[in-house]
Design a protein around this ligand. Structure first.
Ligand code: AMP
Length: 388
């Protein structure tokens, strides 16, 4: 896979697939992180004299033009960040767009309208991919968040443009996640949380082949605790995954992996009963576990402090509702405190790190939750394969 700085871009139409799928509130971008993350690649292309064509999806317009999901607010933010006007094309394909691309001068950039206004994008339709490819002399993918999807702008187009490569953001993702998979600084500690074991089975399997320590929190821990014969009260347990959880525990033991599960919990009658929250070692009947307790926070923090590399995906409790956010926030702080290479992925974990105010102390914050999990499962991501 080539990197953008290995390609000759001067005077060429450089089509960059970016991830500008940002949150909007009444037409205003409420979080610029994704736009800022794409700037190094865009700046490099502009500085190299490329005629830059930027393409992204935004939200789920389901194949038709939805004015509220126009990329117009993004063009505005981008223009101010680059201190140079980035025009928005009225569509992402068609003769009018092609003419605007032809008119681009070296070092200037044009943003195409939302790719998903066309249903053909997500279907990886060959004719649509060809229309996109007609706008490109060079194809760059810098949208890690959609690299696990075979869409026209991530896969179809790549096969039709002979000069292609990765942007800096995509390459950074591959470097950090790739290092976890192949030669991590040890001990390698993985922290998994979130609602469901069933969503994370493949990633747990893959991580069991690599990690030294696996910390499991969040609702998914209760399925593992039930297997160990513990009372889980009304906590979320996936009954149909009990056998699988038992086999994963046995596998961890066979491999000599340090599998840490919560040994104390913050419980309540329901998530709404936050005033009735109690810390317990044994979950009583009628209560549900909604966060890891202070002893577990200490054990997890100690494992994080001793790690060479830590990878974290998924909240350790119902972190949207205080006080059940304490475990997740403590883990975010433990990661920021540690000298380990720290990698955080997944919307909730990234939000917790940002909320802790210590995002700058994390080595790498992944821009793709789903894509990073598939990468850690050891799957080949179609968007990356298409760049080979
Ligand atoms: P996921 O999408 O699988 O990463 O799960 C994230 C969701 O899991 C968040 O909305 C959390 O509120 C929820 N969650 C985490 N721990 C618990 C828990 N102990 N009980 C109920 N929900 C939880």
């Amino acid at each position: 896979m080539k990197l953008i700085d290995q390609l000759d871009l001067a005077g060429k139409r450089v089509f960059i697939r970016v991830d500008f799928n940002v949150p909007l509130e009444r037409g205003v971008v409420t979080d610029r992180t994704r736009i800022e993350a794409a700037l190094p690649t865009i700046r490099h292309a502009c500085a190299s004299g490329a005629r830059v064509v930027l393409a992204s999806h935004l939200g789920r317009p389901k194949g038709k033009a939805v004015p509220e999901l126009s990329l117009a607010p993004v063009a505005e933010v981008l223009s101010s960040l680059l201190a140079s006007t980035v025009a928005l094309a009225p569509d992402c394909v068609g003769p009018e767009v092609a003419a605007m691309v032809d008119d681009l001068g070296p070092g200037s950039a044009l943003l195409l309208e939302n790719l998903r206004f066309h249903a053909e994008e997500e279907k990886n339709d060959p004719a649509f991919a060809r229309q996109l490819a007609e706008l490109a002399d060079v194809y760059i993918n810098d949208a890690f968040g959609t690299a696990h999807r075979a869409h026209a702008s991530t896969v179809g187009i790549a096969a039709l443009v002979s000069e292609r490569g990765a942007g800096f953001l995509l390459e950074r993702e591959c470097e950090y996640l790739g290092r976890v998979m192949t030669h991590p600084k040890r001990p390698l500690v993985a922290i998994l949380g979130g609602a469901k074991v069933s969503d994370k089975i493949s990633v747990i399997r893959s991580l069991l082949e690599r990690v030294d320590t696996l910390l499991i929190g969040g609702a998914m821990a209760y399925t593992f605790l039930r297997v160990a014969g513990e009372n889980t009260g009304n906590s979320i347990v996936e009954e149909e995954q009990l056998d699988l959880a038992a086999s994963l525990r046995a596998e961890a033991e066979r491999r000599g992996i340090n599998l840490l599960l919560p040994n104390d919990h913050v419980v309540a009658a329901s998530p709404q009963d936050n005033r009735g929250a109690l810390t317990v070692n044994k979950i009583p009947n009628g209560k549900m576990g909604l966060d890891i307790g202070p002893q577990t926070i200490d054990r997890f923090s100690k494992a994080i402090a001793e790690a060479g590399t830590v990878i974290w995906n998924g909240p350790l409790g119902m972190f949207e509702v205080p006080p059940f956010n304490a475990g997740t926030m403590a883990v975010a702080n433990a990661l920021a405190d540690s000298d380990a290479i720290s990698i955080v992925g997944g919307g909730d974990s990234v939000a917790a790190v940002v909320r802790s105010g210590r995002a700058a102390e994390i080595t790498h914050i992944s821009t793709g939750g789903g894509a990073s999990l598939e990468f850690l499962e050891g799957k080949t991501l179609p968007g990356l394969a298409a760049l080979e």
